[in-house]
Design a protein around this ligand. Structure first.
Ligand SMILES: Cc1ncc(COP(=O)(O)O)c(C=O)c1O
Length: 258
């Protein structure tokens, strides 16, 4: 990995200093909340290690939002950014190609770049109402394409693709044997009906979201990814099943088990 500090990191208001900003016309989430705003007061807590994949009750709440998603499909992460980093670094290597529908969140471009991947961009245009042309995405796919990456609801335009486009992207990922990443960080701020989480539609689709934007609590650093691809989660679903997955995991991570 060739790490480089992203412009978004250098220019973020928390780096620049909130006290130096008089009028913030480009805040990306609802107003930051205090514990009292959300009706919480914390009792004395023991800060022990939690469950590695995230608290089961939290994963169950996240999974319950969409039919067909189980708590084992959910991985709780340090914000959506943590989930996006995990996805890129688990799926991609330097010889891989991905298609990024742009504008996209910086991490979805810079992490694959740091890995050394080749990226084809499909740019959304104001003149088209930022609509996604699925044909253009299909045309950008190459034999080594491992990922199609899109943000919906879209940051920064606020637009949303329709159910037909989402279904077409899912079908495209399935037919070309790659994954579809839908960064759904703004899903709980959807205007009108929410789309189903992409991960609920196919094991080839991965959804990412967090509590940062719609709930105004980015400091809590709670995000998640959802995938029904058991190999990607490396979570054998049934006791005794998916033995080959566990064996492969052990082979790959021998040092952990030593
Ligand atoms: C589209 C999108 N995805 C992910 C993130 C990262 O969110 P988090 O604060 O949960 O890491 C942001 C934050 O700006 C975002 O706009």
């Amino acid at each position: 990995m060739n790490y480089a500090r992203m412009v978004i990191e250098k220019e973020a208001p928390e780096e620049y200093g909130y006290d130096r900003i008089r009028y913030n016309l480009s805040e990306s989430s609802i107003a930051d909340q205090k514990l009292s705003d959300i009706g919480l007061s914390l009792p004395d807590l023991t800060l022990f290690y939690g469950e590695h994949r995230g608290d089961k009750a939290l994963r169950a709440l996240i999974a319950a939002q969409d039919a067909g998603v189980s708590p084992d499909d959910v991985l709780v992460t340090a914000g959506a950014a943590g989930a996006l980093f995990i996805i890129s670094t688990s799926l991609l290597s330097a010889s891989d190609h991905l298609v990024v529908i742009r504008p996209n969140y910086a991490t979805n471009i810079e992490t694959p770049r740091a890995i050394g991947c080749t990226i084809s961009f499909v740019d959304l245009a104001f003149e088209d109402g930022f609509a996604i042309d699925v044909g253009q995405v299909a045309a950008a796919i190459q034999p080594n394409t491992r990922l199609i990456s899109v943000t919906c609801p879209h940051n920064p335009t606020g637009t949303m693709m329709g159910r037909a486009e989402l279904d077409a992207l899912v079908a495209l990922a399935e037919s070309r044997n790659c994954h579809l990443l839908v960064d759904e960080t703004y899903r709980d701020l959807s205007y009108g009906k929410r789309l189903p989480s992409a991960a609920s539609l196919s094991p080839k689709a991965i959804s990412v979201s967090s509590l940062s934007k719609a709930f105004g609590i980015p400091g809590i650093r709670i995000g998640w990814l959802i995938t029904r691809d058991a190999e990607l989660q490396e979570v054998p679903r049934r006791q005794g099943a998916d033995r080959h997955l566990r064996q492969r995991h052990r082979r790959r991570h021998r040092a952990w088990y030593a």
